[in-house]
Design a protein around this ligand. Structure first.
Ligand code: AMP
Length: 540
């Protein structure tokens, strides 16, 4: 007969993380770029104290457990305090992506029933435009002191964060409740239909944060300094704001300054060792470092994901800058990272090229997550690195349903991701495409990701994107869009020859369109829907 283990049943709660950091790593620093420019610094002990004061302030505004608090904010110390105060009080921290269309922002704030919205001064114009359409919001709180809070015409219920906190005590007894209680809410940035809400529990976030600390993932410890460029407004900045205090890691938050020069300066001045960001951020960073002949003196590892990291960039980081790339995969629905690649001892003798090719794949599922690929009938495909189908995922921090979303999206207990992938015999997963981006030509599939990665290897190419365009004979053919690096040149013909040497002949795009910039969406991904709308005609 099964027996119940005789261990204490203590809930996994987010308040426990910040109190752990205050008690065990009380003097470890949090450094943040203020929205108005200067660097701010304090310790985890001070961060915990201010989180408690905010918890008192929210209670003073009449908020109760279960209520939602929105944020439209950069990665900074006040946003961090809100992460702990809101969830720690049993409320739901609803992070809003400021790059969503204002109509979508209004939709998610109303759908989540946010009672209070915390915002950075940068977003005052946004607040001005949406406030009248969000009747349930009792207070719009600017994350600043009174000197840096702008007046917003037409918004009467405006409050100043520092004034709210000033009279409040830094003593607050965090409530204890079931670890499955909702802690945070993030909406998908869906390009079709309304955004859908992923409602994370305390348990899912704590487990994910523990997982990303391990050496095979982000390797967070009190020996490291981590700078998450990934935004706290989308997928919990991959749970780094939870994992860093858990591990006693110094946390550096970049605020609104996300250009290559500002990030580089911050990495150097704060002696950052680990970072995390989407590939477009790293492209900007490498362009800056290359242009000025710089090196990283302390940065040794960066996690990337959100879209595929081109092989050439992985190689450059490793071979030129001695920075190891950890390539992960996840989505709004997976709380944060679900798979991550890292080299193993047995790869020590591999050539750099072999290693980079492995890193370019999205890696193995972390403990707590299972993955499989299925064909159109739902049958599981072989783990042979060749058979490709829809990636399905299940685990401790994967959504089971959308917030107020009706029918569960799960299929036999698995979440269908909409990504097309392969998994090899060792469990290494590779994303081949979004199901809607894959190019079907003459009954075969072309991976737009692979074509983009091949083009990115050309020295004159800053960014590339590929879409399928209707073709009378082949069904679809690839059309490539390229942004050249400043001062560099490459012609259509030169690029097609370059690609023909790297991909199968029938993969070579039918045409190349040169643009000044690619349309990039709220989470740093190229908006292929926009390209399709404009260029998705018919090849003759
Ligand atoms: P979002 O929910 O907005 O973060 O988008 C999640 C989607 O981003 C996934 O379903 C993938 O299509 C894509 N994605 C995330 N990480 C990667 C990666 N490492 N390589 C390729 N695509 C990725």
């Amino acid at each position: 007969m099964l027996q119940t283990g005789l261990m204490m049943d203590r809930p996994l709660l987010l308040s426990g993380i910040i109190e752990h950091a205050a008690a065990q790593f009380g003097d470890v620093e949090v450094v943040a770029r203020e929205t108005h420019g200067p660097l701010f610094r304090y310790t985890y002990a001070q961060c915990a104290a201010r989180s408690r004061r905010l918890a008192n302030a929210l209670a003073g505004l009449g908020l109760k457990p279960g209520d939602a608090v929105g944020s439209i904010a950069w990665n900074n110390q006040r946003h961090l305090e809100a992460y702990y105060a809101v969830s720690g009080s049993g409320m739901v921290m609803h992070t809003c992506n400021p790059r969503l269309h204002p109509q979508q922002l209004i939709y998610i704030i109303n759908h989540a029933e946010d009672q209070v919205v915390l915002f950075d001064a940068t977003f005052a114009p946004l607040v001005k435009g949406i406030a009248a359409h969000c009747p349930k919001v009792r207070a719009w709180v600017c994350l600043a002191d009174s000197e840096h809070t702008p007046l917003i015409e037409g918004v009467a219920n405006l409050a100043v964060y520092e004034e709210l906190l000033a009279p409040c005590s830094d003593r607050f007894a965090w409530p204890e409740f079931d670890e499955r209680t909702a802690a945070a809410l993030c909406y998908t940035s869906g390009t079709t239909g309304n955004p859908k809400g992923a409602l994370y529990s305390h348990r899912s976030i704590v487990l994910n944060a523990m997982t990303i600390c391990i050496p095979g993932a982000l390797n967070l410890s009190s020996l490291q300094t981590v700078l998450p460029v990934v935004p706290m407004f989308h997928i919990n900045a991959w749970c780094i704001p939870y994992a860093a205090p858990m591990a006693g890691t110094k946390l550096v938050l970049p605020g609104p300054k996300l250009d290559g020069a500002s990030l580089y300066e911050l990495m150097e001045s704060e002696r950052v060792t680990i970072s995390a960001g989407v590939p477009t951020i790293w492209q900007g960073m490498v362009a800056h470092v290359e242009q000025h002949g710089l090196q990283f003196s302390t940065m040794r590892m960066t996690a990337t994901g959100g879209s595929a990291m081109p092989l050439s960039l992985i190689a450059k980081f490793a071979d030129v800058y001695n920075v190891e790339v950890r390539h992960g995969w996840g989505m709004t629905e997976t709380t944060a990272v679900a798979t991550m690649g890292s080299l193993q001892g047995k790869h020590a003798d591999w050539t750099p090229q072999q290693k980079h090719a492995l890193v370019a794949k999205q890696g193995k599922s972390t403990f707590g997550v299972e993955i499989k690929v299925v064909d159109e009938s739902g049958a599981t495909l072989a783990r042979d690195g060749v058979a490709q189908g829809e990636l399905m995922v299940r685990g401790q921090w994967i959504v089971s349903a959308y917030y107020k979303g009706g029918q569960s999206p799960l299929v036999d207990g698995w979440f269908p991701t909409g990504d097309i992938a392969t998994i090899d015999a060792e469990g290494v997963m590779q994303i081949r495409d979004r199901a809607k981006d894959v190019i079907k030509t003459g009954g075969e599939w072309i991976s737009s990701i692979d074509l983009e990665s091949a083009a990115a290897a050309h020295p004159a190419v800053a960014m590339a994107a590929v879409i399928g365009v209707k073709h009378p004979k082949w069904d679809e053919r690839p059309l490539m869009f390229v942004v050249r690096k400043p001062g560099q040149d490459v012609t259509r013909e030169e690029l097609l020859v370059f690609l023909a040497e790297r991909v199968a002949k029938w993969w070579v795009p039918d045409d190349v369109v040169f643009l000044d910039a690619l349309p990039v969406g709220g989470t740093g991904k190229v908006q292929k829907a926009d390209l399709r709308k404009q260029y998705g005609g018919v090849f003759s």
